[in-house]
Design a protein around this ligand. Structure first.
Ligand SMILES: Cc1cc2nc3c(=O)[nH]c(=O)nc-3n(C[C@H](O)[C@H](O)[C@H](O)COP(=O)(O)OP(=O)(O)OC[C@H]3O[C@@H](n4cnc5c(N)ncnc54)[C@H](O)[C@@H]3O)c2cc1C
Length: 337
């Protein structure tokens, strides 16, 4: 079914809770609805997919059409002795999917507990946390190609997943609407506890069961990240910068406690953007209605009443200060409209 609204308020549809409007918003629940929405006579000239709005900053009225998936079915499509393949429609809440997997005793999604957003958005930036990424469990992605007006499927390899990146942010940007995602979960225990304080938190709960890992991740996240229902934010505003190893080594010589993470490329390293912002003196900084979160410097927050432009101005100040302090450019992870 297709539903359409004009001049739609977006405050409750973006986790920054900025007060903007969309000229039109179209909700659809079946992939076949997209054939009609994108038919030659209806085709919108400007459109964008809006999932849960947890990674989007609206800086002005959106004068095109926001396409908003509503289908939220979950089904098992394959099972053998080792694994189960689950297909989830785009509007399924990501954390409902994780909970569903944990309740069924399936391994692979637990470290990604409590990431806000929809299943349909999960492949786009290859969501990740606590040493796991969506790419580790995504089997196939079904999408509607708005150029060819065709329903197509990509395998995991074809999605070209990388750190906070995929084909949906590259060649298929502005072209693909993800309608459902298949995930392959393991029936065999495979705890992934190598990241930060997770192992200790899980141990304190009595060992590496799926439920203990999920609860540990949820608790750590609740402690570290502001609750979007109370204070507007989009999680990490910036990506961790990937730099040449020589650049990282040089910085490390003058900042011994600077965290450095290896990447798949031995000549490159990942730095912690939150650490850079903190050491540039901006953790907890407030500028009017916006600020850098006091516990997590990667997160920019709307204390109430901020506009998208207020957030952008602060983001630019953070980028400039980090560059002046360390010579490192940090890039926004959030989609700015
Ligand atoms: C408090 C907080 C914590 C967070 N923590 C993490 C974290 O740990 N790790 C992490 O990776 N992210 C994190 N995020 C970011 C966010 O949760 C993810 O980016 C999530 O995938 C956004 O889902 P969404 O449905 O809200 O997508 P939206 O914000 O609506 O959209 C994000 C992007 O995906 C596109 N998109 C959405 N749905 C579709 C679709 N069906 N088809 C095609 N394109 C689509 C949009 O056009 C947009 O470009 C956090 C955000 C918040 C607010």
């Amino acid at each position: 079914m297709i539903k359409e609204y004009i001049d739609y308020p977006l405050r409750e549809l973006n986790s920054f809770h900025v007060e903007e409007q969309a000229a039109r918003i179209i909700e659809f629940d079946s992939p076949n609805d997209l054939d009609k929405i994108f038919s030659a006579e209806n085709r919108p000239s400007k459109w964008y997919v809006l999932g849960g709005g947890n990674n989007i900053l609206f800086t002005q009225r959106y004068d095109g059409v926001l396409i908003h998936p509503m289908g939220c079915g979950i089904s098992i499509i394959d099972e053998n002795n080792d694994s189960i393949t689950i297909c989830a429609e785009a509007a399924v809440e990501w954390d409902d999917l994780v909970e569903n997997c944990v309740e069924r005793g399936l391994w692979g999604a637990e470290n990604l507990s409590l990431i806000p957003g929809s299943v349909g958005a999960s492949p786009v930036q290859n969501i990740g946390a606590y040493g796991a990424e969506a790419k580790d469990i995504i089997y196939r992605v079904h999408y509607f190609d708005t150029e060819e007006c065709k329903h197509l499927t990509l395998s995991n390899a074809e999605c070209r997943f990388a750190y906070r990146d995929s084909i949906f942010k590259q060649e298929l940007k502005g072209r693909a609407i993800i309608t459902s995602v298949e995930f392959k979960l393991s029936k065999h225990p495979a705890p992934n506890l190598g990241y930060g304080d997770l192992a200790a938190e899980v141990e304190a709960r009595g060992g590496a069961t799926l439920i203990n890992i999920r609860e540990a991740v949820c608790d750590i996240r609740r402690r570290k990240l502001p609750d979007t229902s109370k204070i507007g934010n989009a999680g990490s505003f910036f990506k961790n910068p990937v730099v040449d190893k020589s650049v990282a080594d040089k910085l490390k010589a003058s900042h011994e406690d600077m965290p450095i993470y290896p990447t798949a490329d031995p000549d490159k390293c990942k730095l912690a953007a939150g650490w850079l912002i903190d050491r540039a003196g901006l953790k907890g900084a407030r500028r009017g209605n916006v600020g850098v979160h006091e516990r997590q410097a990667l997160v920019l927050v709307n204390f109430g009443g901020a506009t998208g432009a207020d957030v952008i101005n602060l983001a630019h100040e953070v980028q400039k200060t980090v560059y002046e302090t360390f010579g490192i450019e940090i890039e926004a992870e959030v989609n700015i409209l």
